[in-house]
Write a protein of this length. Structure first.
Length: 150
C-alpha cells in the first residue's frame, strides 16, 4: 500500500466520529457509573438515555465536544449492560432446561420430535376440518383456515 494511501487512512480514522474513551477522574467516574446502574435497577430508562446524551455533548454541527464528553462513563454503562445481558441469558437457559425437564416428565419421557412424528401434517388437519364443516351442511366455503396448526 503506498504511503500516501496509508496516511490518508490514518487521517480518516482520526477524523471519524468514533468516540475515544477518555479516562476521567476515578471517583467521579465511579459515582456517575453507580448512578446509572441505580437508574437501571429502578427501570428509569428515559433518564438513562438523557444522561448518556448529556455525557456525550455535541456542538451545533452534531460533532462531539471532546473536552466535555464523559465517554468513559458511557463505556462503563455499556459494559454493565452487556454483563446483565449475559446473566439474563444464562437465567433464561436454566429456565428453558427446567421447563423441558418438567415437560418430559409430564409427557412420560416422550420428546417433542417423537410425538410430532405421530401427528398428521397440516394439510391433513385442514382437509379433515373442511370435511367436517361440509358434513355439517355449511357448504363449500373455506372455513377451515383456523384449523391449520402452526
Amino acid at each position: 500500500m503506498p504511503m500516501s494511501v496509508t496516511r490518508s487512512l490514518i487521517a480518516d480514522v482520526y477524523d471519524s466520529p468514533i468516540l475515544r474513551v477518555c479516562d476521567g477522574p476515578a471517583p467521579e467516574r465511579a459515582r456517575m457509573g453507580a448512578e446509572l446502574q441505580q437508574l437501571y435497577a429502578d427501570a428509569k430508562f428515559a433518564e438513562i438515555l438523557a444522561r448518556v446524551d448529556a455525557y456525550l455533548p455535541k456542538d451545533a454541527t452534531c460533532n462531539f465536544i471532546a473536552e466535555q464528553e464523559k465517554s468513559d462513563v458511557v463505556h462503563d454503562l455499556l459494559a454493565f449492560l452487556a454483563e446483565r445481558m449475559l446473566e439474563m441469558n444464562k437465567q433464561k437457559q436454566q429456565e428453558i432446561k427446567g421447563f423441558l425437564g418438567w415437560l418430559e416428565g409430564e409427557v412420560g419421557g416422550q420428546t417433542w420430535a417423537s410425538s410430532r412424528e405421530d401427528l398428521p401434517d397440516r394439510q391433513t388437519y385442514r382437509q379433515s376440518g373442511l370435511r367436517a364443516l361440509r358434513a355439517d351442511g355449511r357448504g363449500d366455503q373455506d372455513c377451515g383456515r383456523d384449523l391449520i396448526l402452526p
